[in-house]
Design a protein around this ligand. Structure first.
Ligand code: API
Length: 291
């Protein structure tokens, strides 16, 4: 079907920004090439990714989750690639559902490729997502930038991360290309790479090169991976201490609070903002995006 009209919204969570495409019946084909054009910061709207908003029952990858979560976040990176999970994206997705009148503030569930996520939309404007448990694969990996290399913690939040503790965030360099991670075979589908420094007790700051999007101002799953790695480095593992622990994670685009509970569940809290609504130009859509 030729797409001749399409509404969209723009939103962000700690400046990780998204084009939101409401499409309850999953009628809009979004090939990778179309996503890349929508995300192009010069010739398109511009974003780190697309949140395709689809009723779970209407999407083959989410129909089995429809009883648990009415809506499915079909997330795409700005290069058009599909990722299992997007933490900032879930907060913005939930904010969109409220903006569109589909949900009231309070508790809701969102289906993702990384499973169903429980979300709390607070009247304060903050959004808390239960991100599930981190997996900590044993393989040790190394991250290299120029002449420097660091051992990195391998953390999976539904999507893969390599977390390197560095002396200064400047050591991450310009991050124009994916920092080499070895052995590369550990991450056959690529990896999100985080660089972390300490700011104080249970307080870190990070930069991230995201798989499929490049350096972003914020990465929700990355902030969770960083907090989990720091918690273990600091001997504060809640499964050992029996106490939940919260780390403050500063990112270039804002701050996220990450809490890990004794049962391993991780909560992420931060803002989510709808910036604008719009309608794509018919000619641009048919000739450029879907042509
Ligand atoms: N680039 C990531 C997906 C988006 C993650 C990030 N934007 C977040 O907020 O978690 C990946 O390919 O795994």
């Amino acid at each position: 079907m030729t797409q001749t009209s399409l509404s969209f919204l723009k939103g962000h969570g700690t400046e990780n920004d998204f084009v939101i495409v409401p499409d309850p019946d999953n009628a809009v084909e979004l090939p990778a090439s179309a996503v890349a054009k929508l995300c192009d910061r010069r010739a398109g709207i511009g974003a780190d990714g697309v949140l395709h908003v689809v009723r779970s029952a209407a999407h083959p990858e989410a129909a089995h989750l429809a009883d648990e979560a009415e809506w499915f976040m079909d997330y795409r990176n700005s290069d058009g690639s599909v990722a299992e999970m997007c933490g900032n994206g879930v907060r913005v997705f939930a904010r969109y559902l409220q903006y569109a009148g589909h949900v009231e503030p309070g508790d809701l569930a969102v289906a993702t490729r990384g499973g169903v996520k429980r979300v709390h939309l607070d009247k304060s404007g903050d959004v808390t997502v239960s991100m599930g448990r981190a997996l900590l694969p044993e393989e040790q990996v190394t991250v290299t930038v120029g002449e420097r290399a660091w051992p990195a913690r391998n953390v999976n939040m539904g999507n893969p991360h390599a977390v390197a503790f560095v002396e200064t965030l400047d050591h991450a360099g310009k991050l124009l290309d994916p920092p080499p991670v070895s052995p590369a075979e550990v991450y056959p589908t690529g990896v999100n790479v985080e660089f972390v420094v300490d700011r104080g007790p249970r307080h870190v700051a990070m930069r991230v090169h995201e798989r499929g999007s490049g350096e972003t101002r914020s990465c929700g799953t990355g902030a969770c991976a960083v907090a989990v790695a720091a918690i273990r480095r600091d001997g504060a593992d809640p499964s050992v201490t029996g106490q939940p622990v919260t780390y403050t994670v500063d990112l270039p685009g804002g701050t996220l609070l990450i809490t890990e509970h004794p049962d391993g569940q991780i909560d992420m809290t931060g803002p989510a903002v709808i910036v604008a609504t719009g309608e794509f130009d018919t000619t641009w859509l048919t000739e450029t995006v879907f042509g």
